[in-house]
Design a protein around this ligand. Structure first.
Ligand code: HEM
Length: 775
């Protein structure tokens, strides 16, 4: 491109621009690769929206400092607008008077250094709870899933800072809050087709994104409402005094701010604090641990520094941290290599301006790739390597003055919560390193530690419960010198968790809505939403597992237990060529996939639904437990043969299959030829959905059809085997489920033993009416 024109960039297509090429899973890496080809400033188009990407410190300074005022607005995004009460917040709102006032309020009243110090007891309390929890896990030989613990720690800290109270971690409220928080994290960055093509908003609806967003918004709003009500109560707990919600409500009441704060403004700011504060700090701690596990020398050095400095004190306090230069350098190096917000939060230009001689139009989205800048070999020596020493004799800091290192952005819209975020990161990390020695789960090498990322504004390490270290750091508590044998924890093994994860992914992929199924030419949308990539990855990883298992099965010295298993039978049939068609290895893998997928999810779901039905219906629970316990007596376990003599138990299972069939629409069929149904002509290639769920609730057939009444099956011949069409949880006919007997056997055995061995009750504080049957 010539000067006074757009910066260079890849050529796009009419209408969609470069959207079909975009990698929404890891935009920082995608942009980084393009910068190598097109330069430190290049351009793209998403639909008709112009995009500029900056990848040098010099240009970052231009955008974030010299010409800050021209580049300090934000672009509109469906998810962000909704969750910020139509941009009444600070992070996602356009640059305008209201943002300026909000920012002043926040900087002055919420994020000042004084406030950061005021919240110090909350951080110290949460971190010491964390250390205690990990110690307990050590004693019981559990692997520590650091990712989960860190996310919980940060969200607990931010929750207390915002609302002054603490939910018990096992409580219903805490779980719900963390679920909502995770959901909003996704919603704020999800690709909404309507952001770029308003006329295609139907697609967002179809994907289910809009209803997910509405649900998330409503869930959070109810939370805020409840907490506001509690804060306004004169008898509120003391701990609520001075928390962020309290400060904001006070400012509103006193009308002491230049703009009158509305309740929606307050909720929007609280949302910012919760979201911006939790994910980012957690991700930074996890990345630091990941980097240290991959670099044992740095790990040793930083632990020595901390332990020497703290001695036997037992815990690191915030004041101690100032005397640990190597520790500080480790954190800087993590912010350099793994900035948790790698392309900052996109800016939008407000007026015509010039960058490197190129003309930038108003309403251009500007991404500053801080991740790429911090790996620029022109600035950093061995940029890909984790070398904290580089910061020991250097003045470079991450505070927004040195544009080669800007994990918190800079300028007018730079992060105002930096001090709060860094305080949490430093305290959590120093204590983790002080209190424990960390090692990888059994069987994992440091080369296996990946640095894959999860999509989202916050660059999280992927928590796929598989190859990741820091998701599962096994540790030795150095104070108690406790060594644990992890090999006995089979289910906790690397392989088991990896397989389980892949498996769940596969189940999701099988039913996800792919735009290209209906509009093949729009397949780039599936790419953009990340579906194609997720699918390819899932396929590849499962394929590797099948390959490995096939190899093990073909080994003459394989374990005895492999003889006669399904894979063994199939390999044998292939070898003997004893089937009418020659089985290929792909046929075998495909069948194994069918068995695994069709067999596990469905049976698990039935057991869960039956327990749900019973807990909601204590009388049925009592009756079925009495039947089982009477029949089994003191034997200690229910065996499969015992089950035949338990008519009420059988009726309970039937009733669960009726109300909660685990494949409610069966598997859709496609017509093969023209045919007639009820006099209507059905064309070949028509998809036919049989709603087994609806049929089993048809009030013309079933009395009180919505109620869980196992008794209805006691004197009835109706069964689910595909002969009684009012009740077809396994389908029927040619493609009815061939695995029914296998599935029912698992369900019956698991369920009867659960009911025989234990009495079940709801978690503390939950009533049976609160049990939802959401799916
Ligand atoms: C390790 C922790 C954190 C990191 C890495 C981080 C990073 C960032 C980045 C990169 C931005 C965008 C800056 C830009 O566009 O130039 C940002 C904005 C923001 N951050 Fe943070 N942040 C962290 C912690 C926090 C905390 C604890 C809070 C508040 C409790 C917070 C509140 C905000 C807000 C409100 C904005 C929007 C500012 C605006 O648009 O005016 N952040 N943060």
């Amino acid at each position: 491109s010539s000067k006074n024109n757009l910066p260079p960039g890849p050529i796009g297509l009419p209408f969609i621009g470069n959207l079909h090429q975009f990698d929404s899973l890891a935009p920082h890496i995608y942009f980084w690769k393009l910068s190598k080809k097109y330069g430190k400033i290049f351009s793209l188009k998403f639909g008709s929206t112009p995009i500029i990407v900056i990848s040098s410190a010099k240009l970052a300074k231009e955008v974030l400092k010299t010409q800050d005022l021209a580049f300090c607005s934000r672009a509109s995004h469906v998810g962000q607008q909704k969750l910020s009460y139509n941009g009444r917040d600070m992070i996602f709102t356009l640059y305008n008077d209201s943002w300026r006032e909000m920012r002043k309020i926040c900087v002055l009243h919420l994020f000042s250094l004084k406030k950061v110090q005021l919240f110090s007891p909350i951080r110290e309390d949460e971190v010491s709870r964390l250390i205690k929890k990990i110690s307990q896990q050590a004693v019981t030989s559990q692997i520590t899933n650091l990712s989960n613990l860190m996310i919980l720690l940060s969200s607990n800290i931010m929750f207390r800072v915002a609302f002054g109270i603490r939910y018990d971690e096992e409580s219903h409220e805490s779980e719900r809050f963390n679920f909502l928080l995770g959901e909003s994290g996704e919603m704020l960055t999800s690709f909404f087709v309507s952001d770029f093509f308003p006329s295609l908003s139907l697609i967002d609806k179809l994907f289910g994104n809009i209803s997910r967003l509405e649900k998330n918004f409503k869930g959070f709003d109810e939370f805020y409402e409840k907490l506001i009500e509690e804060h306004l109560n004169p008898n509120r707990p003391k701990s609520m005094e001075g928390d962020i919600l309290d400060i904001l409500l006070q400012l509103k009441k006193e009308k002491s701010t230049p703009i009158d704060l509305t309740m929606e403004d307050i909720k929007a700011i609280v949302m910012n604090v919760l979201l911006a504060g939790s994910e980012t700090s957690a991700a930074t701690v996890i990345w630091t641990m990941t980097a240290l596990m991959k670099n044992p020398k740095a790990m040793k050095k930083v632990q020595e520094e901390i332990r020497k400095s703290i001695g036997n004190k037992g815990i690191v306090n915030e004041d101690d941290i100032q005397n640990m230069p190597y520790f500080k350098a480790v954190i800087k190096e993590t912010f350099r290599l793994y900035p948790s917000v790698p392309i900052l939060i996109p800016r939008e230009s407000m007026k015509k301006s010039t960058l490197e001689g190129y003309e930038i139009q108003p309403k251009t989205i500007v991404h500053v790739n801080s991740w790429a800048i911090a790996r620029d070999p022109e600035i950093w020596e061995n940029p890909e390597e984790f070398i904290p020493e580089r910061f020991l004799n250097s003045d470079i800091d991450f505070k927004g003055q040195d544009f080669e290192l800007i994990p918190f952005g800079a300028g007018r819209r730079g992060c105002p919560g930096m001090a709060l975020g860094v305080a949490s990161v430093e305290l959590a990390l120093s204590n983790l390193l002080y209190s424990f020695d960390w090692e990888l789960p059994y069987g994992m090498k440091k080369e296996d530690i990946d640095t894959d990322v999860r999509p989202g504004i916050t660059m999280h390490k992927k928590n796929s419960d598989q190859e990741n270290i820091s998701t599962c750091c096994h540790f030795i508590n150095h104070q108690f010198e406790q060594f644990n044998d992890f090999t006995k924890y089979d289910e906790e093994s690397h392989e088991s968790r990896r397989f389980y994860f892949l498996f769940e992914e596969a189940a999701t992929m099988m039913t996800s809505f792919f735009v290209s199924d209906f509009f093949p030419s729009l397949n780039w949308i599936d790419k953009l939403t990340g579906l194609t990539n997720r699918l390819d990855k899932n396929f590849k990883e499962l394929d590797e597992i099948y390959e490995e298992l096939i190899k093990q099965h073909l080994n003459p010295n394989r374990p005895k237990s492999m003889e006669g298993d399904i894979l063994d039978v199939l390999l044998q049939l292939k070898k003997e060529k004893s089937t009418p068609i020659d089985l290929t290895l792909e046929d075998i893998k495909a069948i194994v996939m069918n068995v695994l997928l069709a067999g596990s999810e469905t049976s698990a779901a039935v057991v869960v639904w039956t327990m749900t039905g019973l807990i909601k219906n204590p009388k049925a629970m009592k009756k079925v437990q009495e039947e089982i316990r009477k029949s089994i007596g003191n034997k200690g376990i229910v065996n499969e043969d015992d089950i035949q003599n338990m008519p009420y138990f059988k009726a309970v299972i039937k009733e669960a299959f009726r109300l909660y069939p685990s494949a409610p629409l069966l598997v859709p069929r496609e017509t093969m030829k023209k045919s007639t149904l009820e006099g209507y002509e059905i064309q070949p290639g028509t998809i036919v959905q049989v709603n087994a769920w609806a049929i089993a609730r048809d009030s013309e057939i079933w009395e009180n059809s919505e109620e869980f009444i196992p008794e209805r099956f006691l004197n009835s011949d109706i069964d689910f085997k595909g002969q009684d069409f009012e009740f077809i949880p396994f389908g029927a006919g040619r493609s009815g489920c061939p695995g029914m007997a296998l599935g029912v056997a698992s369900v019956e055995l698991a369920l009867s033993n659960l009911l025989y061995s234990f009495d079940w009750e709801l978690p503390f504080g939950m009533k049976k009416e609160a049990i939802d049957t959401d799916i």
